[in-house]
Design a protein. Structure first.
Length: 102
């Protein structure tokens, strides 16, 4: 199972770290997308795939975790909507204070 994590700040970074330490996933199963090069360098050194491009992160992922600041959720989702396979992929959004109706 391939997992993409879009946003590797405090919450997304902790999620990525937990998955990388899990025995259920290999680093090759994890792709991290973020705008911060040092963050990407860290996860690359752990064996994860990394990218600045959220759409690239979505390709081949079974689960896509969008873990961004509340004010970035809408823009991030609009940026990936055209590459999502809604029949195959699962989308998880983790953002404090954003109602699920949005």
């Amino acid at each position: 199972m391939k997992i993409a994590i879009i946003g590797a700040g405090a919450m997304g970074g902790a999620l990525a770290e937990g998955l990388l330490q899990s025995e259920k996933f290999t680093p090759a199963d994890i792709t991290v997308s973020d705008h911060n090069q040092p963050v990407l360098d860290h996860f690359a050194s752990e064996g994860a795939s990394v990218t600045f491009d959220n759409q690239i992160a979505c390709h081949g992922a079974d689960i896509i975790c969008v873990v961004v600041k509340p004010w970035c959720v809408e823009k991030t989702l609009k940026g990936i909507k055209d590459v999502l396979d809604y029949k195959r992929q699962r989308l998880v959004v983790v953002a404090a204070g954003v109602p699920s109706a949005n």
